[in-house]
Design a protein around this ligand. Structure first.
Ligand SMILES: Cc1cc2nc3c(=O)[nH]c(=O)nc-3n(C[C@H](O)[C@H](O)[C@H](O)COP(=O)(O)OP(=O)(O)OC[C@H]3O[C@@H](n4cnc5c(N)ncnc54)[C@H](O)[C@@H]3O)c2cc1C
Length: 820
């Protein structure tokens, strides 16, 4: 009988923990159970050990529930330990940690994501005005850009492109209409950059920078009315070309470590003596700097004479400085790989600026870092992820088409399993990248500034771009390598490291920021515990106690959930939908619990030392990333109206993400900070072994098939990119692809009848023979001729005479004065 009671007790405890029943109510239920048992127990014999164990359970429960008792016994003692073992956080680190908002990342850390809440988030959509802008000026700009001419001949954007960008106010996408800007949503901003990037990277980067973190964004949030009224209309009209200079030779990733300085002093301005700053700086890598008219500058303010009456070191400050101000050195260019957007250094020596050039005026002196961090999240979710997704989409579009056009061993290379594999990776990754892009943009348009999710997006979508383009290069082989007007891949390939490096280099973002910031900001209790532990007031101990015990309950619940969901392969939880994706909702719920439980244990065991364990942090970041990416994939499928034909993309992306989650968790457990515990945790979160595997061959084939033909799923996958219908490098591939598909039946008929496969060298003879013998009609013959001729043109690569090559060299070093 005691076994029965024990089972009931265990089941009750597990159910209460699994369902997160609050502590007091759990206590009431347990007491009820004990009373019921006490009433019944006289009917049975109860051994003394059993009474004893019941006693222990009762004392533990009381200890946990009665606040004064648990404070005395546990939390007040842990308070001092917690204070000591917390990581030291500098002011700039704290401002970075505090920046932005928390969104779906909090659901992941909860271990119990609320799917219905996610499904209520509206599907992405553009306004009529935004769509018209994409179909009008943006499409036109794409048609105007010639990748080869821009990158290899002129090494700069031609003047007509600069003019077009300014005339159509593309530098003012984030500026409100009241100031003459376009006032676009984040989705429209991203869509413009993505479409431009699919045509020419240099144009896309030139347009994207003024609409990302820089003078426009900072003025909108922090500028004085006077500054806004003066600069925003000028920026919107393109009369000012802005840049923003943060990075210096000594301070790259550690941007807050800059030595650029502004001393508070009095100086001459406009014929009067005014309070201002005397500046000295040395910045590099600054996009648009060589042609900028307005320099946004970050520097540290020192006030040795305490003219502002605060302290001597006032901290990082941002100012807007016209580039014709005496003492500014600007104009020379760096030459980034693969793209020729304007980028260069700027130096300043003894430059005096009045105090009202500080963004937000004198009262914002020292607030620059916080302003930058607060403004980072939106731009970081928009521009670089748009570039990355464009790379994925173009890789899918062009590789699928080329693999169908290009034949070796007399069959399209896309039919080889070896090529199907990279094609599938491109398709699945692009679907996932675009899903994450769209979901995050919707959040931003709803007013979120998701710090952690923006870091995930920046890292994953630029890294995803690198992988897609690498696969595309392998599929294209020689065609991708030989540069010239017919090459549509090489520049994107060369330029890959740019987006990987900027706005937080990827290694740093993965190993330091994503999980580090996520654990503190998105965790339901950790930040509360840290805040309470930092607070020296006696009442903080009460708050600490509450946060600590809620945290303990959270860990226990996630442990139970991970175990139960592991034992039931996720079936213990319900999915918000039915059909083929329901399983994936349950698996993600399961992995959220496993992640949350594992990460809590790592944090508890390592305490403040965690900050230096970048390998563990990187692996946990990978889990967090793929929990978010797979959430986005599931949401996108619902938003698209659950098109069954898209399932291969979804299945590939979900299987791949779940496999990465599993491998990353396994990596954490193998390297767990305390030996032995990793194995125990593994048993809890994977009780029946490792359930996930790489996407199957069948899934991989199905994805490849979608890219190798014209169909709605492929159209949805690549929607939003520029599809050229001109006689240019990519336009010729689209045309040849269409013709190759149209002529397939006729070519097969010829091969079967004449026992010889058709290619662009023998087609004239074979087509003639096939028409004469009635194998194909005259109409089919025309299609085959056109298809083979189009294939021949696509397969050709460029060649240059010695004189032409000498000519490029001269072009490459044209003076900078020509630019912009
Ligand atoms: C083309 C281009 C355009 C740019 N545009 C601008 C601009 O407009 N304005 C501007 O202010 N800046 C700009 N930048 C600067 C850019 O933001 C920096 O390059 C970037 O912050 C990295 O600095 P770094 O290149 O000096 O690399 P480093 O800081 O030297 O880093 C080298 C490597 O170390 C890694 N690393 C550093 N710290 C850690 C850590 N704690 N843990 C793990 N890994 C770490 C990094 O991830 C990186 O892989 C631009 C850069 C380029 C290349």
């Amino acid at each position: 009988m005691e076994i029965l009671y024990f089972l009931i007790l265990t089941f009750t405890v597990l159910s209460l923990a699994y369902n997160r029943v609050p502590l007091l109510m759990s206590m009431a239920i347990m007491i009820g159970l004990t009373i019921a048992w006490t009433e019944l127990r006289h009917l049975f014999y109860v051994p003394s050990w059993f009474r004893f164990s019941n006693g222990i359970i009762a004392v533990t429960l009381i200890g946990f529930t009665v606040t004064p008792l648990r404070r005395l016994l546990i939390s007040d003692r842990l308070y001092s330990w917690f204070r000591k073992s917390m990581p030291t956080v500098s002011e700039t680190e704290q401002q970075a940690l505090d920046a932005g908002t928390v969104w779906w990342d909090a659901e992941i850390f909860s271990g119990r994501p609320r799917w219905r809440k996610l499904l209520k988030v509206p599907a992405p959509a553009l306004t009529e005005k935004e769509q018209a802008f994409l179909d009008g000026p943006v499409e036109e700009l794409c048609r105007m850009t010639d990748d080869w001419e821009i990158c290899d001949k002129h090494r700069r954007l031609p003047d007509n492109i600069w003019r077009f960008i300014r005339e159509h106010r593309m530098f003012g996408m984030i500026i409100p209409e009241a100031y003459g800007g376009l006032q676009f949503s984040a989705q429209a901003n991203s869509a413009v950059v993505m479409k431009l990037a699919s045509s020419n990277l240099t144009t896309a980067i030139t347009v994207m920078v003024p609409n990302s973190l820089g003078p426009g964004e900072l003025l909108l949030h922090y500028g004085t009315e006077e500054q806004k009224n003066h600069y925003l209309p000028r920026l919107a009209r393109g009369e000012e070309i802005p840049c923003f200079a943060l990075t210096s030779p000594s301070a790259g990733s550690d941007a807050a470590g800059m030595n650029d300085v502004g001393i508070v002093c009095k100086g001459e301005y406009g014929g009067r003596k005014v309070l201002g700053l005397r500046l000295k700086w040395n910045k590099r890598y600054i996009t648009l700097a060589p042609v900028a008219t307005l320099l946004g500058l970050a520097f540290k303010v020192k006030d040795p004479d305490q003219l502002l009456g605060k302290s001597e070191d006032l901290g990082i400050t941002c100012a807007l400085i016209p580039t014709d101000t005496p003492g500014i050195e600007i104009g020379t260019r760096h030459m980034p790989v693969g793209a020729v957007f304007m980028n260069g250094p700027t130096r300043g020596e003894d430059v005096f600026i009045p105090m009202d050039w500080v963004i937000g005026g004198q009262e914002r002196v020292g607030q620059g870092w916080s302003m930058l961090m607060q403004s980072l999240a939106a731009g970081r979710s928009i521009s670089l992820p748009a570039l990355g997704t464009a790379g994925g989409k173009m890789s899918a579009l062009m590789s699928g088409a080329y693999a169908r056009i290009r034949k070796q061993f007399n069959i399209p290379i896309g039919n080889f399993e070896g090529i199907e594999e990279p094609l599938a990776r491109i398709g699945g990754r692009t679907y996932r990248m675009d899903s994450a892009r769209m979901l995050t943009l919707v959040a931003i348009d709803q007013g979120e500034r998701p710090g952690v999710l923006s870091a995930i997006l920046k890292y994953q979508l630029t890294e995803g771009n690198r992988r897609c383009i690498n696969d595309a290069m392998d599929i294209h082989a020689g065609k991708g390598i030989i540069t010239g007007p017919s090459n549509y891949l090489a520049h994107s390939y060369q330029a890959l490291p740019i987006s990987i490096t900027v706005e937080g280099a990827n290694i740093l973002t993965r190993s330091l920021i994503i999980f580090g910031q996520g654990a503190i900001r998105a965790h339901p209790w950790l930040l509360k515990e840290m805040k309470a532990a930092r607070d020296p007031r006696p009442e903080a101990r009460k708050a600490f106690d509450k946060a600590l015990f809620s945290h303990v309950g959270h860990v226990f619940s996630n442990m139970v959930r991970a175990l139960v969901l592991g034992l039931t392969r996720g079936l213990a939880t319900s999915a918000p939908v039915s059909g083929p994706t329901a399983r994936y909702f349950r698996e993600v719920t399961r992995m959220c619990a496993a992640f949350s439980f594992t990460s809590d244990l790592v944090l508890v065991l390592l305490g403040g030392k965690f900050k230096f364990k970048e390998r563990l942090s990187g692996r946990l970041a990978d889990v967090l990333i793929h929990l978010y990416m797979s959430t986005a994939v599931l949401k996108r499928f619902e938003d698209d109206g659950r098109p069954e034909a898209d399932l291969p993309f979804l299945i590939w992306a979900m299987d791949d993400s779940l496999c990465i989650i599993q491998e990353s968790l396994n990596g954490v457990l193998k390297n767990f900070p305390v030996p032995g515990i990793g194995r125990l945790v593994k048993w809890i979160i994977f009780p029946l072994g490792m359930p996930y595997s790489q996407p199957s061959d069948r899934t991989s084939k199905n994805v490849a098939k979608l890219l190798l033909s014209e169909n709605e799923s492929r159209d949805r996958l690549v929607s939003g990119v520029y599809i050229s219908d001109q006689d240019d490098a990519s336009g010729r591939v689209h045309a040849a692809f269409h013709l190759a598909l149209t002529s397939t039946n006729a070519e097969n008929a010829i091969r079967n009848a004449l026992n010889e496969p058709v290619n662009y060298e023998n087609y004239r003879r074979l087509v003639q023979k096939a028409v004469e013998s009635g194998v194909i009609t005259e109409e089919q013959a025309t299609t085959v001729r056109l298809a083979q001729e189009a294939a021949r043109v696509v397969i050709e690569v460029d060649e240059f005479t010695r004189e032409e090559i000498e000519g490029f060299k001269e072009q490459a070093f044209r003076p900078v004065a020509d630019s912009g």
